[in-house]
Design a protein around this ligand. Sequence first.
Ligand code: GLC
Ligand code: GLC
Length: 646
Amino acid sequence: MPTSTPATALAAVLPSVRARLGSADADAFVARAEAGLPDAWEALSVLFGGVTDGPQLLAELLGRVLDAAVDRSPELRMLDHRREIRPDWFQDPSMVGYVAYVDRFASDLRGVEQRLDYLSELGVTYLHLMPLLRTRSGENDGGYAVVDYREVDARLGTIDDLEHLAGALRARRMSLCVDVVINHTAYEHEWAAKARAGDPVFRDYYRVFPDRTLPDQYEATMREVFPDFAPGSFSFDPDLQAWVWTTFNTFQWDLNHANPAVFGELLDVMLFLANRGVEVLRLDAVPFTWKRLGTDCENQPEAHLLLQAWRALVRIAAPAVAFKAEAIVPPDQLVPYLGAHDRFRPECDLAYHNQLMVLLWSSFATRDARLAAHALGRLRAVPPTTSWCTYLRCHDDIGWAVSDEDAAAVGWSGFAHRHFLADFYAGRFPGTFARGADFQANPATGDVRTSGTAASLCGIEAALLHDDPRALRLAERRLVLAHAALAAHGGVPLLYMGDELALRNDRSYLDDPAQRGDNRWMHRPPMDWDAAARRTDPAALEGRVFGWLRRILRVRAQQPALHAGAPVQVWWTGNDRVLALRRQHPRSGPFLALFSFAEQEERVPLDVLWSAGVRPDQLVLCSDDRPVEADGGLRLPALAFAWYAA
Ligand code: GLC
Ligand code: GLC
């Protein structure tokens, strides 16, 4: 007799598992369910134990998981098998991500399929296509306002095209990553329409309030995500004659995650996408899913439980699938999304390392590596079976997430430094090399974020404008150094479309009424295929940058120490302007990477290398001009990087 709720749930579906799956697949399903159901149950009973019959909910969800397992294609079952043998597939140093908008990259999904050689050339093994499910017309937050999770936006193709593309990617050992927007749906989603039509079942899918009493209480402790164009976190809906929770835009209605029906619906969506061949689910805006009065309504413990339960269940049907958290939150709140709680609880496999991004930009602006060394040095290690996604830019703004504590540790004021960074990168600070713009300046809190492409923020736009070859050289070196840092740090480096060609800010969004109000469009330029045609020309800017990125990624792929399971240590350099990262995997010797943020030559003692266990002649990659050994030290040229591996 089964003694636990998970065992009872499994026993109940067992005959059906045996009848509907072949014997090998049935055995595999049972083994996964035995492993995953206790995790799912632990989370579900806390989340919904008070509002529904828990055991019945678990049994019902397991039924949906079984349906998905039955529906999974033979190719994907083979992938599951491969991934269960090599669960660290996404931690391999050969992993390289590329992030692109379908329409801006290649018109539509079929177009993307025609461009895969380009991605292979760059070394890409993971393709994140920006939101591509059916969205509302007009303003739609770049597709993050989903109208139908089971249909592709008609402009981009069909669900069959998506499945076809996923297959073509798989054949090249590239993984497809797609967004699942779990915090909200579009106002036009069928659930929201039914709610407005008066159906109480669907009204309960959202967070609806008859008057301002509770919204006012919640807002007292919440931050505004879009203070400029969508102030407040609630919107009055005339049909409902009530206030609806809308963290982001008015047309993005927050789902009620305290309702188990919503949990089940989104589980179905995840399984549906997994069975179309999506291998990485990018779970959008995960910090915001659970609300609690008196808090900022971000990063609540239940937000983590939801992820744990979804992952445990999805992987019973589709163990090849990885979860990626989009949580752009302070460092202490970030690592738990990778499962680091009081004890390890499998949660997301991947998460964005927004600290590394901010610290690289901060180091370029100050020509100083102390803040980066301090903040990276005190970051909690991630569980060894998970991985960061490292990135320099993405489709969103940069929030200057420098904590007061970290700034104080190097003698700076956090508030003043965040302001300095916003001024510097908006192009206001005297002598700045950057050309960006403010995003969502909030006078009430003093918070200012920044928009701009990597190349424009690195100084390439200004250098070209002023026809200044020296400034251009330094700007290019910044862009290359930053990518060398992403690649050495550990995690999947994500290249944002166009950065490999140093594409500059695009101001054409100002002509489009649906985009004009949101300057994040300025750093989402359409792919410039003419510029791409110059990628092999070393005399062209594009050729130099593309060539460097390719080289960095190739060398990285051959370094076993750069497996994401190997911890990253900040290493002493004896020089405030030089950052060093040391890596060592149990299967490899030590690896040391040096990065100089200075614009003139710097010196580090040779002891830096010796103490890390590497020698100067073990150089595996460096910027154009090699570091030179002289009088017991190493001379590093301006904005140089150097990698050593024993
Ligand atoms: C995520 C997306 C961002 C979007 C928001 C709301 O943060 O990256 O672009 O505005 O979620 O969906
Ligand atoms: C994200 C982030 C926020 C970002 C926003 C949209 O969820 O938390 O910092 O600016 O969405 O760009």
